[in-house]
Design a protein around this ligand. Structure first.
Ligand code: FES
Length: 106
């Protein structure tokens, strides 16, 4: 069973900002959306683009490469050219520490 891993402190990711961290070899983009932290694998399911460099629109991210849109909460692909979801990760706060875990292989 996956353990929670501290990946950042809250003051490292300002509202509207994103930080990419390595979680056991997976690049995970942690977004601060109006004070809520959402974690998404930093890989577009269309052609591997880095989602952290995309444009945030509410709780969605628009891939900078070809414009696919993903829900930051569910990872669902919302428009072409992406059709498959990208992974999302649960987030919890432990004091000011942001923790995530990868439950995909549990
Ligand atoms: S790599 Fe993201 S839309 Fe093509």
């Amino acid at each position: 069973m996956a353990d929670w891993v501290t990946v950042a402190q809250a003051d490292e990711i300002a509202p509207g900002a994103v930080k990419v961290v390595d979680l056991d070899g997976a690049n995970v983009a942690i977004f601060n959306i109006d004070g809520e932290y959402l974690a998404l694998e930093d890989v577009c399911s269309h052609d591997g683009g880095e989602l952290a460099s995309g444009k945030v629109d509410g709780d969605q991210i628009i891939c900078a490469r070809h414009g696919a849109r993903f829900c930051l909460r569910t990872g669902e692909a919302l428009c072409a050219p992406a059709y498959e979801p990208t992974a999302v990760f649960p987030v919890q706060m432990l004091g000011s520490a942001i923790q995530i875990k990868d439950e995909r292989w549990d």
